[in-house]
Ligand binder design. Structure first.
Ligand code: PLP
Length: 478
């Protein structure tokens, strides 16, 4: 039996076992693989984790409770979890050159919450906090809590606005970050759509945040973190960088020097499942003086760590330390630039006029569409994207005027720059062919659209040709 046959047999056996208990879940699992194999996945926050990473998540570590930290757990029998957490943290520290790594957060949001609380605990003077550790949290009196709430609640946070490309957790009002902090957002330059560091400095001088957040979900450019740190230092703020989107580009040494957040930020948070290509999860990296506060993640905002996911983080981080991963990270950026050039050469408008990271933000108003119509028309043609606001979006956050495209996933399949030029042509072809459905009063609507079945079918066959040339999990027959 070849390795590929053995692997396929193992997955078949696993799915048969699931099928015997709940056939609908086994069927959905097969169907998800077929969908992922059969579509052009351009969602900037998604990727394809390797089979070793996926396999590591399906083990008995899932069954183990391990609240606490390495060597200091609130449950017995955690020696193997200690190994897992130590190895994951060691890889994270060495890969990113960080003094401290906390690998327990279950997601990016949890990593940000952990970081916020750590920074508050480190900087906000509260008598109650000196008593506030895992052993005696239950002993805090109501007046201790009131002190904490009053002092923590009045702190200021400044992050990038959602429509300039920031994330919900960077102070967006409906998110807890916008409620627990007194917050202000910085935007981008109205003309260039680029970050304007002088404007950020002027705003920070006025607002005097405790926390200056840098990082983004939909900004197609690199950030100069050395400049952000200068701004933070000048106003006495803590610089927190959320590198959830571009952690893979930092790990792969594409973002170095001023573009590498680790030497410049006090605290760096990330997800592990986007460009870093690991399991779904989060991490916090910090300078050593924040270590004890970051370790309060549990019980402050986290419960028991997902030990099986920490194990998969260790495997993914080990993969990210290889020269192959550096080649991958550079290819992610090359592919995004090829996609951007392909679109612009056909007359498309891109936010900031291009990209130098893994994101291309396409403004679809030139095609006469909303982001929602563009996203749905592309999906009909087998191209999976997500609609996204553009700066000062006239269509708001629901319909939007943009479509965000990202290259981490297709690059993991081995797509090259010439493939991306073809993908650009397909996207442009679909969007030119799609037209908004008119409302009763004869005006273009915002949700419905018309796209001929021929265009959708032709695009699907073109996409299938590219996808077949770059199979997902080659050798795995399911
Ligand atoms: N931070 C940024 C910059 C993100 O883009 C995201 C996810 O989209 C998150 C945090 C939240 O990550 P998660 O979905 O794992 O909570």
């Amino acid at each position: 039996m070849t390795d590929a046959q053995a692997l396929s047999a193992a997955y078949q056996t696993m799915l048969s076992a699931i099928e015997a208990v709940e056939p609908r879940i086994a069927a959905a699992t097969r169907s998800e693989l077929a969908d992922q194999r059969g579509s052009l996945k351009l969602i900037a926050s998604e990727n394809y984790a390797s089979l070793p990473v996926l396999a590591t998540m399906g083990t008995w570590f899932s069954d183990k409770y391990a609240e606490g930290t390495v060597g200091h757990r609130f449950y017995a029998g955690c020696q193997n979890v200690d190994t897992v957490e130590s190895v994951a943290a060691e890889h994270a520290r060495e890969l990113f050159g960080a003094e401290y790594a906390y690998v327990q957060p279950h997601s990016g949001i949890d990593a940000n919450l952990t970081a916020f609380w750590a920074i508050l605990a480190h900087h906000v003077e509260t008598p109650a906090l000196q008593e506030f550790d895992a052993k005696n949290v239950s002993e805090l009196s109501e007046s201790d809590w009131q002190t904490l709430r009053a002092r923590f609640g009045n702190q200021r946070l400044m992050g990038m606005s959602l429509d300039a490309g920031g994330h919900l957790t960077h102070g967006f009002r409906p998110n807890i970050s916008g409620k627990m902090f007194h917050q202000q957002s910085y935007g981008t330059d109205p003309e260039t759509q680029l970050l304007d560091y002088d404007a950020v400095l002027a705003q920070a001088r006025e607002f005097k945040p405790l926390i200056l957040v840098a990082g983004y979900s939909a900004y197609p450019r690199r950030v100069n973190f050395a400049k952000m740190r200068e701004i933070a230092d000048e106003v006495g703020a803590v610089l927190m960088v959320d590198m959830a989107h571009f952690a893979g580009l930092v790990a792969g040494k594409v973002f170095t020097g001023d573009e590498d957040p680790i030497p410049h930020a006090h605290v760096v948070t990330t997800t592990t499942h986007k460009s870093l290509r690991g399991p779904r999860g989060g991490m916090v990296l910090a300078t050593g003086d924040y270590a004890a506060d970051v370790d309060r993640g549990c019980p402050m905002v986290l419960g028991g760590p997902l030990s099986h996911v920490m194990a998969a983080k260790a495997v993914a981080l080990a993969e990210a330390r290889t020269p192959e991963f550096q080649t991958y990270a550079q290819a992610v950026v090359d592919n995004a630039q090829a996609l951007a050039e392909g679109l612009m050469s056909r007359g498309a408008t891109l936010v900031t006029g291009g990209t130098d990271n893994h994101i291309v933000l396409l403004d679809v108003t030139g095609y006469g569409l909303t982001g929602r119509q563009a996203e749905s028309a592309l999906l009909d043609a087998g191209i999976v994207t997500n609609r996204n606001s553009v700066p000062n979006d006239p269509n708001g956050a629901w319909y939007t005027s943009g479509v965000r495209l990202g290259t981490p996933a297709l690059t993991s399949r081995g797509f090259t720059t010439s493939d991306m030029a073809e993908v650009a042509s397909m996207i442009d072809g679909v969007l030119r062919a799609a037209t908004p459905t008119l409302t009763k009063d004869g005006k273009p609507g915002k949700a419905k659209y018309d796209l001929s079945a021929d265009v959708a079918d032709d695009t699907r066959s073109g996409a299938a040709r590219l996808l077949d040339a770059h199979p997902l999990y080659p050798g795995l027959e399911l």
